[in-house]
Each structure stands twice: as structure tokens, then as C-alpha cells.
Design a protein around this ligand. Sequence first.
Ligand SMILES: Cc1cc2nc3c(=O)[nH]c(=O)nc-3n(C[C@H](O)[C@H](O)[C@H](O)COP(=O)(O)O)c2cc1C
Length: 223
Amino acid sequence: MTDIQVLNTIMDRRFSCRGFLDTSVDRKVIDAIVATAQKVPSWCNSQPWQLHLLSPRARDQLSARLLQAAQDGQEAPDIAFPERYSGAYKHRRSVCGWQLYDAVGVKKGDRDGSIRQMMENYRFFGAPHVAIISTPRELGAYGALDCGAFVTAFTLAASAHGVATIPQAAVAGKAAIVRDVIGLDAARDVLCAISFGYADPDHPANAFRTERAGLDEVVFDVD
Ligand SMILES: Cc1cc2nc3c(=O)[nH]c(=O)nc-3n(C[C@H](O)[C@H](O)[C@H](O)COP(=O)(O)O)c2cc1C
């Protein structure tokens, strides 16, 4: 295989996994994934990302507190969530949302079903491992940008090891709880979680793949 074929194989294998097996990932494999993800560029080589890896006990504690807090539906992220999704963004969001609902059997108007599926975020979709990704507040948007690159590379390195992942901003919506459970430095912001483990191939939520826009929608030639 050529290098680009290898890269595309890894990128095509990655998807956001929403149903995991119980099997845990060997710590050596986790460390290897992090070491590969660390190779991404960052402004001034600041490498602003940090991961807090939760033990099963910490994961269950965080899950219980997030589920309890989810009852009131309040979101208080450290970094503001998008104001709105309009136009193409709204459309793409809706398409992938319905792909998920169709896969798990949530019909239009089934509010309980959609809430149940949303709550799966706080169960980390059954993943044995959860990493919380944080960024130093003083680096602002560019720190978050660098951490985003790290998140993507983590998902791809994991995919190369046969490990499935899902980045989760939903967890960052309850930043105070996350901060408390992991003991996060006051100078850092909670960016997102990455839940990971081995994919359950029979889980209905894993039965679809999202689409990508054509190049004509994202590339603009300037003369
Ligand atoms: C920063 C980030 C945050 C995300 N947050 C969530 C989340 O909270 N819950 C969820 O189910 N999916 C979440 N996702 C997964 C996206 O929905 C997913 O990446 C997108 O639909 C494209 O699908 P794919 O990852 O399967 O290619 C997130 C992805 C990213 C990159």
C-alpha cells in the first residue's frame, strides 16, 4: 500500500463510536496512542493539551454526577458552545443527528427516546476509558485549536491500533463537575472528553457512517 492508502485506511476506519465492549485497552497501547497524537503541530510548539485519564472508579463517579446534573438540563461549559448552527451547518447537524436516531430507532417526535440517547453521553456510551482534554485558558482560541489537533490525532492513532473513540463536547457542558472530579488546575479549561475502547460491532448506534461535503463547498480558489 502507498502511504496515502495507509492514511486513508486509518481515516476511513475511524468513526464516532457510540457502543463499546467492556474489554479494556492495555495501558501500553493507550500510552502509544498518546505518544503518536503528541506529534501534531502546535503554535510555538506549546503542546498545550493535557489528558486526565479516568480510572473505572473515577469514570463511574463522573458518570453518576453528570447524569444527576443532566436532570436540570443546564449547560455551563468553560468555553462557550456554538451560538447557533445555521445554513449548511444546521443541515449537516440535522443529517447526522437523524442518522443516529434512525440507527437506534428514535422516531420523529419521540422526545423521551432522544433524551435517552442524549443521556448516553453521560454514560460515555459504555466505554471502559474516558480521557478529559483540557487547555490552558491563557492560550485562548489558539490553545483550543492545538488541543483540537491533538484530539483528532488521538482518534486516528487509536483507530490505527483498532481502538474506537468518540470526542464528546457534551461532557464539557458540565465543566464544574468535570473539574471537581478530576481536580483540574483553575488556570485550565475543560475542552472535551474522549471516550474510547473496543467498538461493539453489533451496537445499532455504530451502524451508520457520516457524510462529508463536496470539495466545491469547502475549497475557494483565489486568483
Ligand atoms: C469536538 C467534538 C465534540 C463532539 N461531541 C460529541 C458529543 O458530545 N456527543 C456525540 O455523540 N458526538 C460528539 N462528537 C462526534 C461528532 O458528532 C462526529 O464527529 C460527527 O458527527 C462526524 O461523525 P464521525 O466522527 O463518525 O465521522 C463530537 C466530535 C467532535 C470533533
